[in-house]
Design a protein around this ligand. Structure first.
Ligand SMILES: Nc1ncnc2c1ncn2[C@@H]1O[C@H](COP(=O)(O)OP(=O)(O)OP(=O)(O)O)[C@@H](O)[C@H]1O
Ligand SMILES: [Mg+2]
Length: 260
């Protein structure tokens, strides 16, 4: 069976506190972060999620990763559904987002082992994976340094390595190159291509259009919680009047200004 990740018509509305209403300059009591989002990430492909700040990307990824429940809709991760088989879903996925913070008092070395043990890996496998991932992401020089003393990029590298500890089939990365220097960012995107070639299913949310153009097989563009584009990059780039992804993206944002 193909290890696809299917998202069907998910919606999620949040209540807004008085403080949130003020921050958003609105009197509305709710915000619909995801408004009927559907797409399929195919095995052996990278699906790129694009959208301006507040579009609903992270909310969709949190739903897929079982951190929050949608109000309606359905998600299936390699045949396991997020409602009835959330444990299986969690076992199958790597989820990376800036909202998940590493515990300040511990070192990358300690944390990697800790999460590996949570996944019931034996010592030999833990050491093999640690060696490979730490080497790959250049973590060895600071593996015994407390998280509180690491730079943003070092923390991000550590989070990436830890998210992959159980060698999952599905990789869900929310802005993985945030805070990384260009060399390390390239390291991450090269690694995603390797994972794709190993037959993993990858969803990548990013603001970097050139990364999408280089890396992704399929693209979804979300604006105001709605999926406005969902197609292969090939089809998108062969459509009428297409110039480049940046022009398409800006045109869509312009079209939907003030529309909710
Ligand atoms: N727990 C919450 N309570 C209230 N509103 C929320 C909550 N989580 C998200 N939102 C709102 O839902 C909308 C979508 O947020 P989300 O984080 O999904 O956007 P995003 O596309 O990931 O944006 P960014 O590019 O800035 O990361 C935003 O308006 C956000 O403020
Ligand atoms: Mg986000």
């Amino acid at each position: 069976m193909k290890q696809n990740l299917i998202v069907e018509n998910i919606t999620k509305t949040f209540k807004l506190s008085k403080k949130q209403q003020k921050l958003k300059h609105t009197h509305k009591k709710t915000i619909t972060a995801c408004d009927g989002i559907s797409f399929t990430a195919h095995q052996g492909e990278i699906y790129g999620l694009l959208g301006p700040n507040g579009a609903g990307k992270t909310t969709a990824l949190r739903i897929i990763s079982t951190l929050i429940k949608p109000d309606s809709g359905y998600v299936e991760v390699g045949g396991s559904d997020i409602f009835n088989e959330s444990k299986e879903v969690r076992r199958k996925i790597a989820f990376l987002t800036s909202e998940l913070k590493l515990e300040d008092h511990f070192t990358p070395n300690y944390l990697f082992t800790y999460f590996a043990k949570l996944h019931n890996l034996d010592e030999k496998l833990i050491n093999q994976r640690k060696e490979a991932l730490f080497r790959r992401f250049g973590i060895n020089p600071f593996k015994e340094v407390k998280v509180s003393d690491l730079s943003t990029g070092m923390k991000q590298k550590t989070s990436i390595a830890i998210s992959l500890v159980h060698d999952p089939e599905f990789i869900i990365f929310d802005e993985p190159t945030n805070g990384l220097d260009v060399l390390t960012a390239k390291n991450v995107t090269d690694y995603l291509l390797e994972l794709k070639n190993q037959g993993k299913t990858i969803i990548l949310s990013t603001h970097i259009l050139s990364v999408v153009e280089k890396l992704c097989d399929r693209v979804g563009i979300i604006i105001n919680g709605k999926m406005l584009v969902n197609d292969t990059l090939k089809n998108i780039s062969h459509s009428d009047n297409y110039i480049d992804l940046e022009t398409l993206f800006f045109d869509l944002i312009e079209e939907h200004k003030g529309v909710e």
